[in-house]
Design a protein around this ligand. Structure first.
Ligand SMILES: [Fe+2]
Length: 188
C-alpha cells in the first residue's frame, strides 16, 4: 500500500523529524514536502478514501516505529463535521479532495477558568492546498466537510495522533472533555 512516491515522502519527513524538535521548523519544512506530494498527483489507496456515515474516518498510512510522527488519511463524508477539538501536537494537512471548512479558535490557557472560546477565523481549504493545522499553542478548530464529494486530507502529526490525549471543547462555555481519537481499520 506504500507506493514508491509515498515512501519518498516518508523518508523526507523522517529526515526532518530527525533533524529538529522545533515544531515551527518542523511544520515549515514539512509543508512544502506535502505540497509536492499533492502536485505530483499522489493517489491514496482506494481503501483509505472511504467515508463512513457515522463519523469521519482516520486511516493510518504510516506510524513511525518510535511514535515520533504519523501519517493519516482523514475522510469526512459530505456535510460531516467535527466538534471543536485540539491536537496537542504539531500537524500539517494537505487537502486531497473536497473542501475542508476550518473554523479556528484561540487556544485557552490551561490554567484559566473555563470561558467562551474566542473565534480566530475561518478558511475553506481546497484540493491541492496545504495548511499547518496545528502547533501546541495554536491547535483548536472544528472542521465541516463541504462540497459535493467527501473531504479527504493527508495529515502529518507529531506523535501518534490515534493515541494522544486531546481536548474537546464546548465553544459556548469553554468546558473541556478529554479524548483519544483512535484509528479506523483500513478496509480489506
Ligand atoms: Fe483537527
Amino acid at each position: 500500500m506504500i507506493t514508491k512516491r509515498l515512501r519518498r515522502f516518508i523518508e523526507d519527513v523522517d529526515r526532518v523529524v530527525a533533524d529538529t524538535d522545533d515544531q515551527y521548523e518542523l511544520t515549515a519544512r514539512i509543508s512544502p514536502l506535502m505540497a509536492e506530494l499533492l502536485t505530483d498527483g499522489y493517489r491514496l489507496p482506494d481503501e483509505c478514501t472511504r467515508p463512513s456515515p457515522d463519523h469521519n474516518m482516520t486511516y493510518p498510512l504510516y506510524i513511525a516505529p518510535d511514535d515520533s510522527w504519523c501519517l493519516a488519511s482523514v475522510v469526512w463524508d459530505v456535510d460531516q463535521r467535527t466538534p471543536v477539538h485540539g491536537h496537542e501536537t504539531w500537524g500539517v494537512v494537505g487537502i486531497y479532495s473536497g473542501i475542508e471548512h476550518e473554523v479556528r479558535f484561540l487556544k485557552p490557557s490551561a490554567t484559566a477558568p473555563a470561558a467562551p472560546l474566542t473565534p480566530a477565523g475561518e478558511t475553506r481549504w481546497r484540493a491541492g492546498q496545504v495548511t499547518i493545522c496545528c502547533t501546541t499553542d495554536d491547535d483548536v478548530h472544528a472542521v465541516v466537510a463541504e462540497g459535493d464529494v467527501p473531504t479527504i486530507g493527508i495529515h502529518v502529526y507529531g506523535g501518534n495522533i490515534g493515541t494522544i490525549q486531546r481536548r474537546r471543547y464546548d465553544p459556548a462555555t469553554g468546558a473541556v472533555t478529554w479524548f483519544a481519537s483512535g484509528w479506523d481499520p483500513v478496509p480489506a
